[in-house]
Design a protein around this ligand. Structure first.
Ligand code: 8Y7
Length: 292
């Protein structure tokens, strides 16, 4: 399916170049901890302060997170969009607060270039765009100008309608074609290849069978020669395989298994909520991998 145009380089040699000259080495799978700065997502239900969000980031860093992903708009299926202003009011103070005491790489989860720009100016390092610069065509140019790595995630349509009857003839092949088109767009906009990351977008306009095919077929995306990010943590497909009445934050077993299988199939970065448990699992795989 995907042509082997670009040689798949060794894990050892692979890295992502940040704007400040630092490099994220991909010689082991990296863990990206999720921080959703939305009014309904703090544990006690109340409105958390930037200090409290920064404290969550600090905890994740201590638990072994390599990156934290800060988002201010829920992109769950059917979720309501928020304005760039509202989104910035949520995330910018949190990024500033984290930056006061930590150099931990921060990614900004947004598809709005205005928010991404403000976040980079406040100290964020990476743009995580669930629309791969489709919803803000100028996102790629911003990433090029700021020399910020850009995550290109695949989503069928928009967050609002993506789960309305998604269909693929060959899910992995179609996502691969999407990546090729988006990579070319980004290169045309001046982004360096060393700053692109691919993500098949588990749950974003996918049926259960599509999510499974993606996790099983992940190696195919590696042929494009770019780092791969996978976010399966707490997603609804896990509950479809093992239905329970428990809330999403109790889907830890399935989430960790998905992270492990993604890693075994070549994922470089795992976007997860349960950092401590995932880091523990990855250490076991790595230790075994080193002797086998
Ligand atoms: C992903 C993501 C979400 C993902 C990347 C959720 C923002 C939905 N999922 N970004 N964002 N990849 N790159 O359930 O899979 O966490 S939000």
């Amino acid at each position: 399916m995907l042509e082997q145009k670009i040689k798949h380089t060794d894990r050892e040699a692979r890295q992502i170049a940040l704007a400040d000259g630092r490099r994220l080495k991909l010689d082991r799978p990296l863990v990206m901890g999720v921080i959703n700065v939305t009014p309904d997502s703090f544990s006690d239900g109340g409105k958390a302060t930037p200090k409290q969000w920064a404290e969550s980031a600090r905890t994740m860093e201590n638990e072994g997170a390599d990156i934290v992903d800060i988002g201010g708009e829920s992109t769950r299926p059917g979720a309501k969009p928020v304005s760039a202003n509202e989104e910035m009011q949520r995330v910018i103070p949190v990024i500033e607060e984290i930056r006061k005491s930590s150099t931990l790489p921060i990614s900004i989860d947004t598809y709005k270039s205005e928010t991404a720009k403000a976040a980079l100016d406040a100290g964020a390092d990476i743009i995580n765009d669930i629309s791969a610069s489709r919803l803000s065509p100028d996102m790629a140019k911003l990433a090029a100008e700021k020399k910020a790595p850009l995550v290109l995630m695949h989503m069928l349509g928009t967050p609002r309608q993506m789960q309305e009857n998604p269909h693929y003839d060959d899910c992995v092949a179609e996502i691969g074609q999407f990546f090729e088109e988006r990579i070319n767009y980004c290169l045309d906009q001046g982004i360096d290849r060393s700053r692109l990351v691919l993500d098949p977008g588990i749950g974003f306009g996918k049926r259960l069978s599509d999510n499974i095919e993606i996790l099983a077929g992940l190696r195919a995306f590696g042929l494009l020669g770019l780092p791969l990010l996978v976010g399966a943590s707490r997603k609804s497909f896990i509950n479809m395989l093992h239905p329970t009445d428990l809330p999403a934050n109790q889907r830890i077993g399935g989430s960790v298994a998905a992270a492990v299988v993604a890693c075994a199939n070549g994922a470089d970065i795992l976007r997860v909520h349960d950092v401590r448990q995932t880091v523990g699992a990855l250490k076991v795989i790595r230790a075994v991998g080193e002797v086998s």
